[in-house]
Design a binder for this molecule. Structure first.
Ligand code: GLU
Length: 416
């Protein structure tokens, strides 16, 4: 039998396991298995050469019982509605596990931003908001950056939404540039939250992380900052990183600013002088202490999970491990910090950004770090204690914490 790789079916399967464990009432279970709302849009965009290209886009509001839908927006050639549904479901559990008053949503546009000019990206971003603008807003659904989207794209989108409203509305989107109402500390928040979780994992496992070796798959925002902060906060020795072109390895550790400089210059970390090169598959199987998948979903599968040698996996990507792979890692004693806990730092600081926009009063970096640390540490230990108390693995424990909170809000509202 071939392994199921449809992310939404995987997300539903994970929920099913939690629902069964909790003895969730069947009506509630059926409701939580589906997105509450989704909008499919068609976006005609004038390209720089004068031609017209038509793009497909989506916004899924999975569940907003605990507060406005919240979640990123991806620009990716392989985007599908089922990927967006899965990511929106995971956002629902993510905001619940870190206990912030938000629901879960996600958006996506099928496009290849690497082949588009800045002006084309701006027109696409504005076209997306002209369609999706009717269902988003600070009180209903707040997008943010994700794979291949960035603060500049958030700025265009906020501006387009503001133009539709007739006044500036910074709270419609998070991950904005600082000059337009962004939050201090949002750029590295996803990786920082993951490193706080790893620090706590080191404590409960009695493992000294100083000098521990690490490999990071993916060198976008999360991957780059994971290297920087893994070294700075925990003293990790990052020996291998990769991007879509492949990976680089250096036994003595990679110099973060060299890798970043090379990537900024050439578009890839591959080719940094004097480094061994290896494939993304080889990176996952390296003999390191900590493995950080920080790219896309379904990279640790039934096929390669048995060869993962890391002691701890910190899932900074959404959905990097398939259910079959999960079971193999568990059997082999690998400690997994599951995605919607490990990568929740981004949405926590997005929440802080929304709060600052609403108050029109802005925090300093220290306040953001302190707030993020306390949210992530509390969430980590809530999951850890659940795992200990119920004798279940971390992912199921994270689901148990999150699903109880979301189901509780749904019940109180009287929806089910
Ligand atoms: N895209 C990020 C995530 O998957 C952040 C979402 C947000 O800030 O709303 O968690």
């Amino acid at each position: 039998m071939t392994e199921e790789l449809n992310p939404f079916e995987i997300a539903q399967r994970q929920l099913d396991e939690a629902a069964e464990f909790l003895g969730l009432e069947p009506g509630m279970h059926a409701f939580l298995r589906e997105p509450m709302r989704e909008l499919h849009v068609t976006l005609p965009v004038r390209m720089d050469d004068g031609s017209l290209q038509v793009f497909k886009g989506f916004r899924v509001q999975y569940n907003d019982a605990r507060g406005p839908a919240k979640g990123g927006l991806r620009f990716h050639p392989n985007e599908t509605i089922d990927t967006v549904r899965a990511l929106a479901a995971w956002m629902t559990w993510k905001t619940a596990v870190v206990d912030i008053p938000l629901g879960g949503g996600k958006g996506g546009v099928v496009c290849n931003p690497k082949e588009m000019s800045q002006r084309e990206l701006e027109r696409l971003s504005r076209a997306y908001i002209r369609q999706v603008g009717r269902i988003i807003g600070p009180k209903s659904d707040v997008p943010a950056p994700d794979v291949y989207t960035n603060p500049q794209i958030m700025a265009w989108m906020m501006d387009e939404y503001s133009a539709l409203q007739g006044h500036s509305e910074p709270g419609v989107i998070t991950g904005k540039p600082l000059a337009l109402g962004g939050s201090a500390g949002r750029m590295d928040a996803t990786a920082r939250g993951g490193m706080y979780c790893l620090r706590e994992a080191g404590k409960v496992l009695g493992m000294d992380l100083k000098g521990a070796t690490a490999a990071i798959q993916g060198y976008g925002n999360a991957g780059y900052y994971a290297q920087l902060l893994g070294e700075e906060l925990l003293g990790l020795n990052v020996v291998c990183v990769s991007d879509s072109q492949g990976g680089i390895f250096c036994e003595d550790g990679l110099e973060c600013q060299d890798v970043k400089g090379h990537k900024d210059e050439t578009g890839t970390c591959v080719g940094l002088p004097d480094m061994e090169t290896l494939s993304n598959e080889e990176l996952l199987e390296l003999d390191v202490d900590v493995l950080v998948p920080a790219a896309l979903e379904n990279v640790i599968t039934a096929e390669n999970a048995g060869r993962v040698k890391a002691k701890i996996v910190v899932e900074l990507a959404n959905g990097p491990t398939t259910p079959e792979a999960d079971e193999i890692l568990r059997k082999n004693g690998v400690y997994v910090i599951p995605d919607f806990l490990a990568n929740a730092g981004g949405v926590v600081v997005s929440y802080f950004e929304g709060v600052q926009n609403a108050y029109n009063y802005y925090w300093d970096l220290e306040q953001v770090y302190e707030g993020l640390d306390s949210k992530m540490t509390a969430a980590f230990h809530a999951v850890h204690q659940m795992a200990q108390a119920k004798k279940v693995h971390n992912r199921l424990a994270a689901y148990l914490v999150a699903v109880v909170r979301v189901a509780g809000a749904v019940k109180l509202r009287g929806w089910v």
